[in-house]
Each structure stands twice: as C-alpha cells, then as structure tokens.
Ligand binder design. Structure first.
Ligand SMILES: Cc1cc2nc3c(=O)[nH]c(=O)nc-3n(C[C@H](O)[C@H](O)[C@H](O)COP(=O)(O)OP(=O)(O)OC[C@H]3O[C@@H](n4cnc5c(N)ncnc54)[C@H](O)[C@@H]3O)c2cc1C
Length: 236
C-alpha cells in the first residue's frame, strides 16, 4: 500500500479489495418461490421438498416464468468499490441502492465537522504494466485533488461542491437490495467477460454468496475464477 509524504491522511485502497457482505436474505427463499409458484396451478399435492423444489424452480427458469423469482430478496453491503463501479451498478434500475453521500460524509477532521471515514481510492491493476507504471503518478494526482478538496472545505466551499474535484476512483460504500429475478439478470449482464473488471469481480462475489444461499435459483451460473467471469444457461 502506497503512503503519501504530505501531512494529510490519504488512504489508498489497492484494487480488488472491495468487500461484499450479505446483510439480509429472504428466509427459506427457494421454498417460498416453490409455494408461490404452485399457487398458479394449485398444485400443492406435488409439493414434496427438496426434490419438488429443485424440479419446479429449474423448470420455471428454463420456461422463463421468471416473475415467481421476485418473491425472494437479498441485500448486500459493498465497501471499497469505486464510484466508477457504483455508477455502473446504479444503472440497474431494479436494484435499490443506499449510497455513501459525499455531501454528508467527511474525509477529514474540520473545525465544525468530524471525520467520518478515511479518504480511499481504487488503483486499477492495469496502471502497472510490463513496460510502464502509472501508480505513482496516479497517487500524486489523487493527492493533489484531495489537497485542493481540503483547501476548498477550509475556505468554506460546501462539501457537495468541493467533491467535484474528487476522482472517479474514490471509494463509496453502498447497500443494495434486489429480488432474485433481478439478481439473475445482473449476473447475466455483469459477470460477462465484456463487463468492466471491477463490477465483474464484485458481481462474482455476490453470485458466490447467492449460489451458496439459493443453489437451485442460481444453479446454471458457472463461475470461472481464473478469468473472473461467470456464464449462465438461461438468460434472464
Ligand atoms: C458490458 C456493458 C457495457 C455497457 N456500456 C454502456 C455504455 O457505454 N453506456 C451506457 O449508457 N450504458 C452502458 N451499459 C449499461 C447498460 O446499457 C444498462 O443500462 C445496464 O446494464 C442495466 O441494464 P438493464 O437496463 O437491462 O437492467 P435493469 O435496469 O436492472 O432492468 C432489468 C430489466 O428490466 C426491464 N426494464 C427496466 N426498466 C425498464 C423500463 N423503464 N422499461 C422497460 N423495461 C424495463 C428490462 O427488461 C431490463 O433488462 C453497459 C452495460 C454492460 C454490461
């Protein structure tokens, strides 16, 4: 981890350190989905878990009867992702976000405000290649941005305006909630090799948790850890 020589406290985050924590998930989610789905046909005489649960959920996913997946939800807290990542994330309109505010969160102790958290930013791994290394230059530029940010706050510029100078790489904590149908769609879009590495990495971390919690609903997504991708059988 790089350290700055100046007297301000800037904490660089190394890339791919983002943490994903499951905050909440629908209890007995797959059972709920089965019981909700069986209501359509009043076929409770076929309710015989766990066998019937697996058979029914796989069948409805393959037949694209996806609305029944909306009965189950999961909420995650993500720390250490950049604003680049969160901007891509919040494009998913059916995922409900609550995100750290750069207006109310303070990155330094000030006379009338207490520091809420350290200023952190993500360093993309591609900044250091075989024939180049931009990490030092990047650190320096970020430090300058942060110093100007502090100077503006000291002078009385409101934080919601001073933040214009903070880089896209600044980390941002976020809590997101969505139903299982949308999670499947999110994985379809964001675990794809074409998706940007940061959202792809975090999407795969979420997918791993959901595959563990609801193995039937997410059964068809196969994770390739080496290439940090996952592909599903059924598009959602
Ligand atoms: C590799 C990649 C590159 C991208 N590049 C760009 C880019 O260059 N520029 C850019 O702007 N975006 C880009 N995006 C974002 C992309 O265009 C979508 O905004 C984002 O992936 C959310 O997808 P979505 O709308 O399907 O998902 P969600 O918002 O999660 O919606 C889920 C589904 O619900 C339905 N739905 C949601 N809202 C509506 C609605 N209002 N009307 C009708 N149906 C609705 C649709 O079926 C939709 O697929 C990129 C995404 C990827 C994965």
């Amino acid at each position: 981890m790089a350290a700055f020589s100046s007297d301000i406290s800037v904490q660089p985050m190394i890339s791919n350190k983002a943490s994903v924590v499951l905050e909440s998930i629908t209890a007995n989610a797959e059972d709920l989905i089965e019981r909700a789905c069986r209501t359509c046909y009043l076929s409770f005489h076929r309710y015989d878990p766990p066998k019937s649960t697996e058979e029914l959920i796989k069948k409805i996913i393959r037949k694209k009867h996806h609305s029944v997946l909306e009965h189950a939800h999961a909420t995650f807290r993500i720390k250490g992702g950049s604003r680049v990542f969160t901007h891509e994330l919040v494009r998913h309109r059916l995922i409900s976000p609550s995100q750290e505010s750069q207006r109310y969160v303070c990155y330094a102790d000030k006379p009338n405000r207490k520091k809420t958290k350290e200023f952190e930013f993500v360093i993309p791994p591609t900044f250091a290649g075989e024939n180049y290394d931009f990490t030092g230059a990047y650190d320096k530029q970020v430090e300058q941005c942060y110093q100007l940010y502090e100077k503006m706050l000291d002078a009385g510029v409101p934080p919601e305006d001073a933040r214009y100078i903070l880089p896209n790489g600044t980390t941002s904590e976020i809590v997101i909630t969505s139903n299982f149908r949308e999670w499947r769609h999110f994985f379809w879009m964001r675990c794809n090799p074409r998706a940007h590495w940061e959202i792809r990495k975090i999407a795969i971390d979420i997918l791993k948790i959901l595959k563990n919690e609801a193995p039937i609903v997410f059964w068809d997504f196969i994770i390739d850890d080496e290439n940090m991708t996952a592909t599903g059988e059924v598009e959602t």
